[in-house]
Design a protein around this ligand. Structure first.
Ligand code: NAI
Ligand SMILES: C[N+](C)(C)CC(=O)CC(=O)[O-]
Length: 491
């Protein structure tokens, strides 16, 4: 459901939103009076391009167009979504809504990134309060799925439903709060943890680095996959949640936390924290830290995808939506033109497919070609049901040629020509392209086998028939350059 999104305020969060919309096919118009906004968003976008597209095992839609506007009305006019991410000051936000509503479409969704204001506070005094909702994202907005969607009675259910649909279509997870509250849900935890951490540093119990180790070596990883309650349920052992509460409930009354007691931000405290933070992380620039963060997040989220769990399940649901909208066929009858090499693989290069040379590592070429082969097998009828019934293909020989590099985020596609498909023999030639550029070829010889005897045997008649159909259709393609080659001795 991509359209035009206007980004009002293009700082840390507005820049992240711009990347999320753009990479999901929306045209994005930015309004931000900061003369540096274009440079900053360009840098955020470069990081997003190398990390987001490869999170998906299906191709994202083509990137939208990005434009910068010197006037707010120019940016928001005709937009179907306006995302406000100006600094966290209520009067400023209300003034900006006045300007937005004077120029935007009355049907557009106006989402606010506010970390703490309730939507009713933002709607107060607005020309059309029902148009404004809170859509509170998490940094980096282009990678993390959570968006807290906070609404009021003034919001039409149709506006809420449109907001949810648009966010989901961009791979996000809108958590619609039951009712409004300052700082929504997630930031209430973050504030408590932040307050506690400040005391620990101020009182000399731990340095900024030690606080971070206490999180990232333990419960931080645990929270990323099960959250709080499910984690504690497991921690209760076989007796579960009730036992956990009986055992650790009393500790809540003990002085384990400073809660609302906030340390005063004296110059000494600010200096101490800033100096410790410099010593801990000052060797890296912010952009370098962002890339380290993104690499780690992508690795963790792809692991969650493999388990179809938590944030990984959200990503898999988006992949399924994306795949439904692509021209990757699952059945031979769905292939648009059988006489041309068949599209068998399409996605962007994930960050964790790259290596110390800064490009897609060699084992991933085989991975991509193997997936293309799997898709081809499915097309001729060797699908999961067929394999469960005892027949499949084993690869007997492979030859990969690397012709050019692919970098993280590059969109690659594999098209497959069948060189031979007869009896138990299947000989495939895959071409991998980035756009129009041929970057690798993969040639594979497979044998149909019985999974019971583990010996070669003829496939079922329908597979033979499908292979014959492709052989007839592709007869005019000719023998591809590079096929049947071996590694030549250097001249
Ligand atoms: N930084 C964070 O971790 C998160 C921030 N938020 C929320 O996002 C909002 C923005 O925060 P950040 O991006 O961190 O701030 P920021 O300071 O990085 O960016 C704010 C941007 O707004 C621009 N701006 C100021 N007045 C403007 C106006 N009248 N019209 C258009 N643009 C204007 C500034 O030039 C600046 O580029 C806040 O409401 C904040 O609570 C939400 C989630 C996380
Ligand atoms: C610090 N913060 C309150 C602005 C944080 C957020 O609102 C969400 C986040 O990304 O942590």
């Amino acid at each position: 459901m991509a359209g035009v999104a206007a980004i009002v305020g293009g700082g840390v969060i507005g820049g992240g939103w711009a990347a999320r919309f753009l990479l999901n096919g929306w045209d994005v118009r930015v309004f931000d009076p900061d003369p540096e906004a274009e440079r900053k968003i360009g840098e955020v976008l470069a990081n997003a391009r190398r990390s987001l597209p490869g999170l998906s095992d299906a191709p994202l839609p083509p990137e939208g167009r990005l434009s910068f506007h010197g006037r707010l009305d120019e940016a928001v006019g005709g937009a179907v979504w306006v995302q406000e991410s100006v600094p966290e000051r209520l009067e400023l936000k209300r003034k900006v809504y006045g300007e937005i509503q004077a120029a935007c479409d009355p049907g557009a969704v106006i989402g606010s990134s506010t970390s703490g204001f309730r939507p009713s506070q933002l709607q107060q005094g607005a020309a059309r309060p029902g148009q404004i909702v809170v859509t509170h994202p998490f940094n980096p907005v282009y990678l993390l799925p959570l968006v807290e969607l906070v609404t009021t009675e003034a919001n039409d259910p149709e506006v809420i439903s449109r907001a949810k649909t648009a966010l989901e279509a961009m791979g996000m997870f809108p958590l619609h709060l039951r009712r409004e509250i300052e700082a929504h849900v997630a930031d209430r935890f973050l504030e408590a943890v932040w307050r506690e951490a400040l005391w620990l540093v101020k009182d000399g119990i731990a340095t900024t680095e030690e606080v971070d180790e206490a999180i990232r070596m333990g419960f931080g990883i645990r929270w990323a996959q099960m959250g709080l309650f499910e984690t504690y349920r497991v921690a209760g052992g076989e007796a579960g949640m009730r036992h956990f509460m009986a055992q650790f409930g009393p500790a809540l009354q003990w002085p384990w936390t400073r809660l609302m007691d906030v340390p005063e931000f004296t110059d000494d405290l600010v200096d101490m924290i800033a100096e410790q933070s410099d010593a801990q992380s000052g060797a890296y620039s912010i952009r370098e830290l962002e890339r380290i963060r993104d690499d780690n997040l992508v690795g963790m989220m792809r692991a969650l995808k493999a388990n179809d769990w938590g944030a990984g399940a959200v990503l898999n649901a988006q992949d399924a939506r994306l795949k439904a909208g692509t021209d990757l066929a699952r059945r031979i009858d769905e292939v648009e033109d059988l006489s041309r090499p068949i599209l068998t693989f399409a996605q962007a290069v994930p960050l964790d497919w790259t290596d110390y040379n800064g490009h897609m590592t060699e084992s991933r070429y085989l991975d991509a070609f193997a997936r293309a082969t799997d898709r081809f097998m499915e097309l001729i009828g060797c699908d999961a049901d067929y394999i469960a019934s005892g027949g499949s293909y084993f690869t007997a020989e492979s030859h990969i040629r690397h012709l050019d590099e692919a970098l993280a985020g590059d969109r690659i596609a594999v098209r497959t020509q069948m060189l031979l498909g007869q009896g138990k023999k299947l000989h495939l030639f895959h071409r991998m392209c980035r756009g129009e550029d041929l970057i690798a070829t993969g040639e594979h010889f497979l044998l149909h086998v019985s999974l019971e005897t583990r010996r070669p045997c003829a496939p079922r008649a329908e597979i033979e028939a499908n292979m014959a159909r492709i052989a007839r259709a592709q007869a005019g393609l000719g023998y591809p350059e590079g096929a049947g080659a071996s590694i030549r001795a250097p001249k």
